[in-house]
Design a protein around this ligand. Structure first.
Ligand SMILES: *Cc1c(COP(=O)(O)O)cnc(C)c1O
Length: 394
């Protein structure tokens, strides 16, 4: 049977794998050999499910957006990941990985962060478990994202500045990898999206798959069927998208829509529209599509939303794009901001700017009145209030 899931070596079609320096091999290999076994253990599942319920607040509601549906003449449901503890889907993954780290006997956590959202989600679960936490963050990002730096510190994490290169996310990632190479025995590296070397993309997708697992029974209750006609998500690295697609990947009756950040326009030179602009290459240990110069240097991405400001996509998404299984749409800053304002006033929900990109698709794609469209409302907009204020002069 044709599948869009990872194979045993972590490949999605031609994408994925583990392209890592030899010195990182033992770390990744330990994880690769153990992750499926650990995740299948009843004691792991029990603790994971309990924390998702009592700590994260799952299941998150599947909400029928009546006014939005009326406006676009189709049936629109919102999967409310914005109601997760810490305000976004990222905590589903960090909860899973902290439990994985404990099972593997690790007593120290490292992570990389760009805007600080993944750093906060990691610092949160480290506080929960009483485990040491070091978060690498580019010096420029530390200056730009002061509230999230303060959150991480308040949660007890150490924030270490990455001082090399462009002093942003990719440099923080390099520092985290260096740390991991030097601390292979006691340290687990929590990656924040479906990126990085195998087994990370598959492991993170499995942790986030709780999103579509819940949609199946929630939609059955509301509509008498498990399968919507479309699932829609914004894509930075691709973890919230992987979560909402997961249980529908191999079901051709369910359309998959991925929304990327076009920034100031796909052709403006300031964008993060990886499917439109990316070429095959290797980033963070994975073969995928990424934005690069002719001689293979990674291009600095741009988007108004920090969470979509990533120069690649995970290998699952590269394959969904290349194979045609997924439909990819790029949305500009302006279109996303307008959609974010609209959903705020139609439904009383202020979305994260990442999520606002997903809401902008209704101007691009027409749906039938009988279609059921589920949008992943990946996060809440509190963190973006200042950006909304500046943009709309509120
Ligand atoms: C981080 C983030 C994203 C982008 O990350 P993915 O791995 O692509 O999901 C999207 N939405 C929100 C609210 C985020 O915090």
């Amino acid at each position: 049977m044709k599948t869009y899931h990872a194979d045993e070596r972590g490949y999605y079609g031609e994408f994925g794998g583990a392209f890592i320096p030899e010195m990182l091999y033992p770390n990744c290999e330990e994880l690769r050999q153990n992750y499926l076994r650990v995740m299948a253990e009843p004691s792991f599942q029990e603790e994971f499910r309990q924390l998702l319920k009592d700590y994260v607040g799952r299941p998150t509601p599947l909400y029928f957006a009546e006014r939005l549906s009326e406006k676009y003449k189709t049936k629109i449901y919102l999967k409310r990941e914005d109601l997760c503890h810490t305000g976004a889907h990222k905590v589903n993954n960090t909860i899973g990985q902290i439990l994985m780290a404990k099972k593997l006997g690790k007593n120290r956590i490292i992570a990389e962060t760009g805007a600080g959202q993944h750093g906060v989600a990691t610092a949160t679960v480290c506080a929960l478990m009483g485990i040491e936490c070091v978060v690498y963050m580019g010096e420029i990002d530390i200056a730009r994202q002061a509230p999230n730096v303060a959150r991480m510190k308040m949660l007890g994490a150490e924030v270490r500045p990455a001082l090399s290169g462009s002093r942003t996310l990719k440099d923080a990632t390099n520092e985290a990898i260096r740390d991991w190479i030097n601390n292979p025995v006691d340290t687990h590296y929590i990656i924040g999206s479906v990126v990085g070397p195998h087994p990370y993309p598959d492991m993170v997708a499995r942790f986030q798959s709780v999103i579509s697992e819940e949609i199946k029974w929630q939609l059955k209750e509301k509509e008498g069927r498990e399968n919507p006609d479309y699932v829609v998500a914004c894509v930075g690295g691709g973890s919230n998208a992987a979560g909402i697609y997961y249980h529908y990947l191999d079901n051709p009756e369910v359309g998959i829509v991925a929304v990327e950040a076009a920034g100031k326009g796909v052709k403006s030179g300031e964008s993060a529209a990886t499917s439109a602009l990316g070429k095959v290459g290797i980033i963070h240990g994975s073969k995928t599509l990424l934005m690069q110069t002719d001689d293979g240097q990674i291009t600095e991405p741009y988007s108004i939303s920090a969470g979509l400001d990533y120069p690649g996509v995970g290998p699952m998404h590269a394959h969904l794009f290349k194979s045609g299984r997924g439909e990819f749409i790029s949305i500009t800053d302006d279109e996303a901001m307008t959609a974010g304002l609209e959903i705020s006033q139609l439904e009383g929900i202020i979305p994260a700017i990442e999520t606002s990109h997903a809401f902008a698709i209704f101007d691009y794609k027409k749906f039938e009145p009988s279609d059921i469209v589920v949008i992943n409302l990946s996060g809440r907009g509190d963190k973006d209030l200042q950006t909304y204020i500046d943009y709309f002069k509120l």
